[in-house]
Write a protein that binds this ligand. Structure first.
Ligand code: NAD
Length: 296
């Protein structure tokens, strides 16, 4: 079995690495957070003192970092990992980043004899923990085939959508729709509650009606409508508001690059920016409902 280096053990990377360990892979991990490394070690991972140590002897390197600058910083430059990753290895970057950044790092990797795919994910922290993520892959088909078994240990669905960077474009399309749907769902629930409706009954009705979505059924933004949602634990964990804000900014950039119009995407980007300015940047993005319902 391939030896795997896993870098970035946050809300998503932590449970993803745990599933690789459960599947029997040997995993060397690194994160800037000592607590995140300690959790992975308790699950059976080997701790590395830094990223370069983590990739030593690894045939597969997986990264799950917040944004483009973290991915570029990790792989490129004089102290970047491409200088030490073994030629012939495969990089699977699961972070959601700018398509252009994914292409830039992949080209630099290829120049050093290292394959790379962008494989951003959908499914949230629950999907990461359950091993049911959807991987949205950009890159060479042959590189995806090398990655397939490892991806299957962490996810259920794998879509090959095109060349390097295409996985990121598809992921941004998904998240732009998600950002709009979450804000709209919160607004609808707030209106119902302001009229005296029970948010649970309203959500149960919507979940089997035409406004049915992940936001009504799985990650409902109203507290105590569903168990185990960020909303029911003070909006902690989950998908950070500022990560959604980043993704909507990337979608806006992608739209501007080709002159496309995304009126709802732009509106949603402003709502998540307002939510961040209200001090909820680190909370789950479903806390956007608080813009229209202070008591939620
Ligand atoms: P997170 O902030 O919880 O975790 C990121 C981790 O990366 C942190 O533990 C941080 O310490 C670590 N890190 C940052 N820079 C590092 C470096 N140079 N070296 C080593 N470790 C470093 O973020 P997350 O929620 O796990 O999201 C990660 C990525 O996945 C983001 O791009 C996000 O947009 C995407 N994503 C998140 C979700 C979700 O529901 N949380 C869902 C799908 C996709």
């Amino acid at each position: 079995m391939s030896r795997i280096a896993f870098i970035g053990l946050g809300n998503m990377g932590g449970p993803m690495a745990a599933n690789l360990l459960k599947a029997g892979y040997s995993v060397q991990v690194f994160d800037l957070s000592f607590a995140a490394v300690a959790t992975a070690v308790a699950a059976g991972a080997a701790a590395a003192a830094n990223a370069a140590e983590a990739v030593a002897g690894a045939q597969i390197v997986i990264s799950m970092l917040p944004a483009s600058r973290h991915v570029e910083g990790l792989y490129l430059g004089d102290s970047g990992l491409l200088a030490v990753i073994e030629p012939g290895a495969l990089i699977i970057d699961c972070s959601t980043i700018a398509p252009a950044c994914a292409q830039k790092v992949a080209q630099a990797a290829n120049a050093r004899g290292v394959d790379m795919i962008d494989a951003p994910v959908s499914g949230g922290t629950a999907g990461a923990a359950a091993g049911t993520l959807t991987f949205i892959v950009g890159g060479e088909a042959a590189a995806l085939e090398r990655a397939r078994e490892v991806l299957q240990a962490m996810g259920k669905n794998i879509f090959h959508v095109g060349a390097n960077g295409a996985g990121q474009v598809a992921k941004l399309c998904n998240n732009m729709a998600l950002g709009v749907i979450m804000a709209a769902t919160g607004e609808a629930l707030a209106l119902g509650v302001a009229h005296g409706l029970d948010p649970k009954v309203l959500s149960q009705m919507m979940a089997v009606s035409t406004s049915r979505s992940w936001a009504t059924e799985v990650c409902n933004p109203w507290p105590n409508v569903l168990d185990n949602t960020p909303a029911s634990r003070g909006y902690s964990g989950g998908f950070g508001n500022d990560l959604m804000l980043k993704d909507l900014g990337l979608a806006a950039e992608a739209a501007m690059g080709i002159g496309a119009s995304i009126p709802l995407g732009e509106l949603a980007r402003n709502l998540y920016a307002m939510n961040s300015q209200a001090g909820r940047g680190a909370l789950d993005f479903s806390s956007v409902v608080k813009l229209v319902a202070k008591d939620a």
